[in-house]
Design a protein around this ligand. Structure first.
Ligand code: ARG
Length: 458
């Protein structure tokens, strides 16, 4: 008989039972569920709702059940629907009617919310650790290749030379914001919903703050209806997960491009590449491609969860059982992708020569010439037009800007002096970008030092 079977005809179940059961996936919450139940039992005893002896036997039996599940000896029953009732069924088997006292002043509605809060808390903490590991790998590569120059792009067209380290540090800062989002998500999720019961609270003299304290929460929900209706913390987690995946996907896309033959600025280590079943020469950046691909599923989980919640009347609805698989998959996918990306980045080999050669192509120092004219007193808009004509001249001759002579430059503007020719070197161009946050080597060295200090203080 079901734990809730009193008002039902015997034998109801079958296909609908398979359809509604969540034990296939929510067994993953067993540790949170058992810890939450133990804290609840302690609180019930502290408040004189059950005796200390009863609480003691419940807590011990829950420990045993946790071990049974952890060691794979536990037999989960579909008839018991979910992790909460599977654990409670086993408790009843072990303790008889004393086991039936645990669910006093509690509902599965606040119980499952409690489990999910604990799961999100732990999940966020793990993601934060893995973000730091990837940031360390980025800083490491930026340090090893600190002087390497590459073409920075806009519209994927060569724009201006930048330091590779500067480009890698851009990802460091994106990840720093991601880390902040997970920490904030964790902080906001750190409220205990237990004590809301089904939705209205209870007539028993419970002390929800005792449970909250024991489980490391910062406090309890102020409103029992909100406590069991809220899945904002799940959506916030998946949202932060979707955004960090978008960042990983952009980096993955760049690595896929940069490792392709027309670029060949970078080579992924063999450990993070695979071959072709037909073409013996192939070395494919599968790991980066899969990170890019897996971004779709995490973004999908975010959309799914927003849609699940958008039409729900307060308080609990079974729709909310749909929060679990997407969250679990988001946690696993983000952690797997962060770990893999840290491995890819940490073992990247950059080809400085090819990157520098690319930076010297595409007239990437045209802005330097325009800025030079501005320093001679030419208004920027005029300088832009003058250099535009020089680019056109170079294009017509099939050369880069440094293939033009001083006479060519002076033919376009009498303000050019011989020192203008030195500005066409891509390395010199990066050195000139000394504005705050710019790519000049001294700036980048300072930014790297700051990043290293930030990481070492974690
Ligand atoms: N398995 C359910 C879930 O995941 C637990 C809560 C069920 N509550 C209820 N009143 N049916 O949401």
């Amino acid at each position: 008989m079901k734990l809730w079977g009193g008002r039902f005809a015997p034998g109801a179940g079958g296909q609908a039972q398979r359809f509604t059961a969540s034990i296939g996936f929510d067994r993953r919450l067993y540790q949170e569920d058992i810890a939450g139940s133990q804290a609840h039992a302690r609180m019930l005893a502290a408040q004189g709702i059950i005796t200390p002896v009863e609480a003691g036997s419940i807590i011990d039996a829950l420990d045993e059940i946790g071990q049974e599940i952890g060691s794979g000896q536990f037999t989960f029953a579909l008839e018991d629907e979910d992790i909460h009732m599977n654990v409670e069924r086993r408790l009843l088997e072990k303790l008889g009617s004393v086991g039936g006292k645990l669910h006093t002043a509690r509902s599965r509605n606040d119980q499952v919310a409690l489990d999910m809060h604990m799961f999100v808390r732990n999940g966020a903490a793990e993601v934060v650790r893995r973000i730091t590991a990837l940031q360390s790998a980025l800083v490491d590569r930026a340090t090893v290749y600190q002087d390497a120059v590459m073409p920075g792009c806009t519209h994927l067209q060569a724009a201006q030379p930048v330091l590779l380290a500067h480009h890698l540090l851009a990802y460091f800062h994106m990840l720093e914001r991601d880390r902040g989002r997970f920490l904030e998500c964790r902080a906001r999720a750190n409220l205990s919903p237990l004590g809301a019961c089904a939705l209205a609270g209870t007539s028993f003299p419970i002390a929800p703050e005792l449970v909250a304290k024991e489980l490391g929460f910062d406090g309890v929900y102020a409103n029992s209806i909100d406590a069991v209706s809220d899945r904002d913390f799940v959506i916030e987690f998946i949202s932060a997960a979707a955004l960090v995946m978008v960042h990983l996907s952009r980096l993955a896309e760049e690595l896929v491009l940069w490792s392709s033959q027309p670029w060949a600025w970078v080579e992924l280590s063999d450990a993070y590449s695979t071959g072709s079943s037909i073409m013996p020469q192939k070395k494919n950046p599968d790991t980066a491609e899969l990170i890019r691909g897996k971004t779709g599923r995490v973004v999908g989980h975010l959309m799914a969860m927003l849609m699940v919640m958008k039409g729900l009347p307060l308080a609990y609805n079974s729709d909310m059982q749909e929060d679990k698989e997407g969250l679990f998959d988001a946690v696993d996918t983000v952690n797997g992708c962060l770990e893999t990306m840290a491995g890819i980045v940490g073992s990247l080999a950059f080809n400085r020569e090819r990157a520098l050669a690319a930076a010297a192509k595409g007239h990437t120092t045209a802005t330097e010439l325009a800025d030079y004219l501005v320093r001679q007193g030419v208004p920027f808009r005029e300088a832009h037009a003058v250099v535009g004509r020089l680019v056109r001249l170079a294009l017509s001759r099939g050369v880069e800007l440094d293939g033009l002579s001083l006479a060519d430059l002076q033919g376009a503007s009498s303000c050019f002096g011989p020192e203008a020719l030195q500005l066409l070197d891509p390395v010199a161009a990066t050195g000139a970008k000394t504005s705050p946050g710019g790519t000049a080597p001294a700036n980048v060295a300072r930014a790297l030092a700051v990043a290293r200090r930030v990481l070492s203080e974690r």
